[in-house]
Design a protein around this ligand. Structure first.
Ligand SMILES: Nc1ncnc2c1ncn2[C@@H]1O[C@H](COP(=O)(O)OP(=O)(O)O)[C@@H](O)[C@H]1O
Ligand SMILES: [Mg+2]
Length: 215
């Protein structure tokens, strides 16, 4: 079986930047790996994502949000993650089940037991082997996310989650740190307020150590 490494953290914490770079590095090292993301790691997931992120959908209720992320996850686990793990690949996934605990649990205030039940069902009990948590002050993350959206050739509208207030994003940051405290063996905490290259060195070190350990 391969291994699943997840990248987690608030908006603008640098997950996508870092996963892309480390994927390039792993491919240079000939490590068979797959890079994917939630909820848009499959065609069905991308469509579900359009419903979830659309800023015109501010009235989606939190239970619907939980179930839609769950639906996208099941599709992703079956279509992408399980087959890759069965082929002994290293799967690098930009957000996974911890995001549901942080966003729909801590952020939206849904009962943790319900979130756990939906998460277990939708992930078919696939659990990350290691999780890199990119942590930084919420204000910095949101500022970076806004700058990123503005830099696109067709600037992206701030999505439904980015439009939420600082309190919401602060609960998410705290939510992630709570999960880390409950499961410290699986997590690697990364100070994401530093330079891209410095963070990348940490990311590579954690992944290289992890592969060697398990090799
Ligand atoms: N360490 C960093 N320092 C400064 N800017 C960064 C850093 N990491 C990423 N960025 C920039 O911040 C924005 C958000 O990064 P991104 O990787 O898209 O975050 P996420 O995927 O976690 O939302 C991008 O424009 C990216 O270029
Ligand atoms: Mg991203």
């Amino acid at each position: 079986m391969g291994k699943l490494i997840t990248f987690e953290g608030i908006e603008g914490s640098g997950k996508s930047t870092q996963i892309k770079r480390v994927a390039q590095y792993l491919s240079e090292k000939n490590v068979p790996s797959v890079v994917t993301q939630e909820p848009s790691g499959t065609g069905i997931g991308r469509k579900i994502g359009h419903i979830l992120f659309n800023r015109d959908h501010m009235d989606i209720c939190r239970e619907t949000e939980l179930l839609l992320f769950g639906a996208a996850r099941t599709q992703h686990v079956r279509e992408v993650i399980m087959p890759a793990l069965a082929q002994d690949k290293l799967v690098l996934c930009d957000r996974f089940s911890d995001a549901t605990f942080a966003y729909q649990g801590a952020g939206r205030g849904l009962d943790t037991e319900i979130v756990k039940m939906i998460n277990d069902f939708s992930s078919m009990l696939v659990r990350p082997d290691m999780t890199l948590l990119f942590d930084l002050p919420v204000e910095i993350g949101l500022r970076r996310a806004t700058e990123r959206n503005n830099q696109l050739s067709e600037p992206a509208a701030t999505d439904r989650f980015e439009r939420e207030n600082l309190d919401f994003h602060t609960r998410i940051r705290e939510g992630y740190l709570d999960i880390l405290r409950k499961d410290p063996g699986r997590f690697r905490l990364i100070d994401a307020s530093r330079d891209v290259d410095v963070i990348q060195a940490d990311v590579r070190r954690h992944i290289v150590d992890f592969i060697n350990l398990k090799a």
